[in-house]
Design a protein around this ligand. Structure first.
Ligand SMILES: [Fe+2]
Length: 377
């Protein structure tokens, strides 16, 4: 079958990147804007080359940095084999299935099973296929990689897809490579982030159920977080969980983070300093990206715990201030926030017939310690 046309018309200073031309060449729908209400129902189109239903999602703040895409696999079907030169995170939006991976070196194929809310890494340079193990409904997968950056450095898709160059390392064929991720204790992280553990591995069976989290004292709302590191990869992620009828502090950082909601109901507010505020409603399977250096703030407006999973851009794009005094410019404390924030929160809670559980002290005491006020959470 003929490959789709790929003819970048690059011009000096253009912010249309090689990745954008490649994406267009697939003829698959590209969704833009600030958020996707539901990855389970977002409109897809036929991708002739891959022989599957798919859609690209390029939200504001991800352009040129990270790639987000949805694949749908029909009941009982298997995707075509693909060798991809970059690490890719896959999050299971819906359904149950199997991934098979293998390398050019003739080592045995490995398979592992997943279900809705699983997350795993497909390591760079391996061949892989996804199978829908259900006989009656489709599977949807969400894929995240640094392909836009890759194509900016090497503007040739054939370098990234089915490149015949054998892969030097073959970590994924090792025993236990896809066994469940483990918690690792890290004193260095304690110093850097106030978090004592991170989650290390390639397979995370259920992001909705994971409960081994550490208190994230910096961001408020009694929030807990876990950082996620994949072996032999610069790709990383974190998940935060926060209590019902509370909200976190506004903060800002670099571009390209894809935020998926594994569970909960609420909204986020995003704004560029001094500009109009954008409200992003969310629930399970919503997706949004905080644009580069825009403040954003997450609100749990539901009656149960909410969690979000943030897939990170490369460290050089994190955009976190290094010095403590600069960090203060990138986070808004509760006593300093715009009156709109509390007003909107009260309105959203009233719509759902619940009340704010934000402690009054949090609004007056800049050094308010959530865990002491509300018991250990
Ligand atoms: Fe953030």
């Amino acid at each position: 079958m003929a490959k789709p046309a790929f003819k970048p018309q690059r011009t000096m200073w253009s912010k249309k990147y090689t990745y954008d031309y490649w994406m267009e060449s697939t003829r698959v729908p590209v969704h833009t804007g600030f958020f996707i209400d539901d990855l389970r129902t977002v409109k897809l189109g036929w991708w002739e080359e891959r022989q599957c239903q798919s859609a690209f999602i390029q939200l504001m703040g991800s352009e040129g940095v990270s790639s987000s895409r949805v694949t749908e696999i029909a009941a009982g079907e298997t995707t075509r084999p693909l060798k991809f030169s970059l690490d890719e995170i896959v999050y299971v939006v819906s359904g149950r299935g199997l991934t098979t991976i293998w390398y050019d070196n003739g080592s045995a194929k490995k398979s592992f099973e997943w279900q809705q809310h699983s997350m795993f890494l497909i390591p760079h340079g391996c061949h892989h296929q996804f199978s829908n193990m259900q006989g009656d409904k489709p599977v949807r997968l969400f894929h995240y990689s640094y392909l836009p950056l890759g194509l900016s450095a090497v503007p040739d898709p054939d370098f990234f897809f089915n490149n015949p160059r054998a892969t030097p390392d073959d970590l994924a064929s090792q025993e236990g490579f896809y066994s469940e991720a483990k918690m690792v204790h890290s004193p260095e992280m304690d110093e850097a982030l106030g978090l004592r553990v991170y989650w290390y591995g390639n397979f995370f069976p259920d992001m909705k159920a994971w409960d081994k989290l550490d208190a994230n004292v910096r961001r408020g709302a009694g929030g807990k977080s876990v950082f996620i590191q994949f072996p032999n990869s610069e790709v990383s992620a974190h998940m935060s969980v926060f209590t019902a009828q509370t909200y976190k502090k506004a903060h800002r950082h670099g571009p390209g983070r894809a935020i998926i909601i594994p569970a909960g109901e609420g909204y986020s507010i995003m704004w560029e300093e001094g500009k109009e505020k954008i409200v992003v409603p969310w629930h399970e399977c919503s997706l949004f990206v905080p644009p580069n250096r825009w403040f954003h703030q997450h609100f749990n407006a539901g009656a149960s715990t909410a969690r979000y999973l943030a897939l990170h851009p490369p460290m050089q794009f994190h955009g976190h201030a290094e010095k403590v005094e600069d960090r203060a410019k990138d986070q808004i404390e509760y006593p300093d926030e715009d009156s709109f924030i509390r007003k909107k929160f009260a309105e959203e809670l009233a719509k759902r017939g619940v009340q704010s559980l934000m402690p009054a002290d949090a609004y007056s005491n800049r050094n308010f310690e959530w865990s002491k006020a509300m018991g250990k959470q």
